[in-house]
Design a protein around this ligand. Structure first.
Ligand code: AP5
Ligand code: MG
Length: 187
């Protein structure tokens, strides 16, 4: 299975990606997590990415695409993968298509997780208290939601025209959402 998860900040992409990927025995690959581990390790990539992440802006495609290309070349991604938070721009869609095309492959399914704006802001402010993520402040959350609407939401119609998008309600209990996603993918 080669899957992509779309959804606004706080929709539950990361939470659900880990569960669904475990269920399907494929790696969950989060570009946000890879950036954050580079920030923690103080790498050159991390220093660059942090400037954008802390402002709620996307890291430049040139940087992000190279990072994903390298990650997908690792052996565990051979049997499939679940991408959480990539692609987020139409340019990234084109690059992902090109990466997969070199092996004669395509993205098989896209899961769009939806949730109310009030709910996602509430979740992220709660997470701020627990994890202290630098971009979980009210101003930056608002900017992340805008950037998602401007740059990433159009991907749902782009992938929609390929007939591979499953729109799943991300409200309610975590287990229920996982059940909905797995049911959508099986159907
Ligand atoms: P990224 O880390 O991907 O952040 P995001 O898209 O803003 O999304 P989040 O991780 O905040 O939310 P999520 O949907 O994963 O929800 P989660 O499961 O955590 O990206 C961060 C930054 O990195 C970007 O802003 C950008 O700068 C950069 N970046 C990343 N990818 C990029 C790309 N492709 N191109 C350019 N730049 C890129 O859940 C949120 C909270 O809610 C958690 O506390 C969770 O426990 C809780 N929760 C989850 N589900 C439920 C539920 N059903 N009920 C109650 N609480 C729930
Ligand atoms: Mg996440």
């Amino acid at each position: 299975m080669r899957l992509v998860f779309l959804g606004p900040p706080g929709a539950g992409k990361g939470t659900q990606a880990r569960r669904v990927a475990d269920n399907l025995s494929i790696p969950a690959i989060s570009t946000g997590d890879i950036f954050r581990s580079n920030v923690s390790a103080g790498t050159e990539l991390g220093v660059l990415a942090k400037r954008y992440m802390d402002a709620g802006e996307y890291v430049p495609d040139s940087v992000t695409n190279d990072m994903v290309r390298a990650r997908l070349a690792e052996p565990d991604a051979e049997r499939g993968f679940l991408l959480d938070g990539y692609p987020r721009t139409t340019a990234q869609v084109e690059v992902l298509d090109a990466i997969l095309a070199t092996s004669g492959l395509t993205v098989e399914a896209v899961v769009e997780i939806t949730a109310d704006a009030d709910e996602v802001v509430g979740r992220l402010l709660k997470r701020a208290e627990i994890e202290g993520r630098a971009d979980d402040t009210e101003d930056v959350i608002r900017r992340r939601l805008e950037v998602y609407a401007e740059q990433t939401e159009p991907l749902t119609s782009l992938y929609g025209s390929r007939g591979i998008v499953h729109r799943v309600d991300g409200m309610g209990a975590v287990d229920d959402v996982t059940g909905r996603i797995l049911a959508a993918l099986e159907g």
